[in-house]
Design a protein around this ligand. Structure first.
Ligand SMILES: Nc1nc2c(ncn2[C@@H]2O[C@H](COP(=O)(O)OP(=O)(O)OP(=O)(O)O)[C@@H](O)[C@H]2O)c(=O)[nH]1
Length: 273
C-alpha cells in the first residue's frame, strides 16, 4: 500500500501535494543546517570575543609591565648615579683620612723644630734596636747630649734665636750619624742617640767629632753669628741591659761632663758595654 508521502509509483498520478511536501522537507533540512551554521558562527564569535578579551588583557598587563620596567630602570639608573657619586665621595674621604693619618704619624714621630725623631718615636725605635741587638748578641751605645748654657742664649738673643740654634743642631746631628743610627729630641735642648753595633771607642770618637763640629759651627741670627757647645754622656750596653738603665747611665755621664766644665764627652765605664 502506498502513502501520500511516498513518491508516486509507476502509473500513479504525480501529486502536487507530494512535491510541496518534498520542498517543505528540503526547506526544513536547510533551516536545520542553517541553524547548525549559525550555532557554529555564534560559537566562533564567542570564542573570538573571549580570545580578543584575553589578548586585550595580556596587552594591558604587558603595557603595565613595560611601564613598571621603565620606572624600575629609571630608579636603578638614578641609584647607580647616586652610588657612583657616593663612591667618589668615599674615595676622596678615604684619601683625605689617609693623608691625615700620614700627617698625624709624621707629627707624632718627627720633631717639628729639629727634624729629628720625637721622644716617643725615638724610644720606640731605640727599644726595637735594643731587642734586635740582644737577639744578635751585639752591643750598642747610647749618647745623651745637652746644649750648654742654653738659657743664656734665650735670655740674650730671644727664644726665636734659641729655636734657630736647636734647628741647626738637629741638622748637624742628623748629618753626623750613620744610616741606621737613631737620634731624636729627648726634651728641651736635650737629645738622645742610639748607635747600633758600635763599640764604645768608636762611639766616643763620633761624639768627639760632633762636639767639635758644634763648637765650630755658627748660627746666623739677625746679622750676628751665634755659637753654642754641647756636652755628651756615653754608655755602652751589651743588649741584655734594659734600655732605660743604659739611658740613665749615659745621663749620669752627661751630668759629669757638665760638672767637669761642659763642651766635652764623658763615657760611663761602669756598665756592661
Ligand atoms: N728656644 C728654645 N729654648 C728652649 C726650648 N726648650 C727648652 N729651652 C730652654 O732651654 C733652657 C735650658 O736651660 P737649663 O736647663 O737651665 O740649662 P742650660 O741653660 O742649657 O744650662 P746647662 O744645661 O747646665 O748647660 C731653658 O731656658 C729652656 O727654656 C725650645 O724648644 N726652644
Amino acid at each position: 500500500m502506498s502513502s501520500e508521502l511516498d513518491p508516486p509509483q509507476a502509473g500513479e498520478a504525480y501529486s502536487l501535494y507530494f512535491q510541496e511536501e518534498a520542498v517543505i522537507r528540503q526547506a526544513e533540512t536547510m533551516i536545520g543546517k542553517l541553524d547548525e551554521v549559525s550555532d557554529g558562527v555564534r560559537t566562533l564569535a564567542d570564542a573570538y570575543r573571549l580570545g580578543y578579551r584575553e589578548t586585550a588583557r595580556l596587552v594591558r598587563i604587558s603595557d603595565r609591565m613595560q611601564l613598571d620596567l621603565h620606572e624600575a630602570n629609571r630608579t636603578l639608573t638614578a641609584q647607580a648615579e647616586d652610588l657612583k657619586r657616593l663612591n667618589g665621595t668615599l674615595r676622596k674621604e678615604i684619601e683625605r683620612r689617609e693623608q691625615l693619618e700620614q700627617e698625624l704619624r709624621r707629627i707624632a714621630s718627627v720633631d717639628e723644630l729639629t727634624g729629628t725623631h720625637t721622644r716617643r718615636h725615638l724610644l720606640e725605635l731605640a727599644e726595637h734596636e735594643q731587642r734586635r741587638s740582644a737577639r744578635h748578641g751585639k752591643g750598642l751605645v747610647v749618647l745623651m747630649m745637652d746644649l750648654d748654657h742654653f738659657k743664656r742664649i734665650n735670655d740674650r738673643f730671644g727664644h726665636a734665636a734659641g729655636d734657630q740654634l736647636l734647628r741647626d743642631f738637629g741638622a748637624l746631628l742628623r748629618s753626623s750619624l750613620r744610616k741606621g743610627d737613631i737620634a731624636g729630641r729627648f726634651g728641651g735642648e736635650e737629645f738622645l742617640a742610639v748607635l747600633p753595633e758600635t763599640d764604645l771607642d768608636t762611639a766616643e770618637a763620633i761624639a768627639n767629632r760632633l762636639c767639635d763640629r758644634v763648637r765650630e759651627g755658627r748660627t746666623q741670627w739677625t746679622g750676628q753669628f751665634l755659637s753654642v757647645t754641647v756636652s755628651i754622656g756615653l754608655a755602652g750596653t751589651d743588649g741584655d741591659e734594659p734600655l732605660d738603665r743604659a739611658i740613665s747611665r749615659a745621663d749620669q755621664a752627661l751630668y759629669e761632663a757638665k760638672s767637669a766644665g761642659r763642651d766635652r764627652v764623658l763615657v760611663a765605664r761602669s756598665g756592661p758595654g
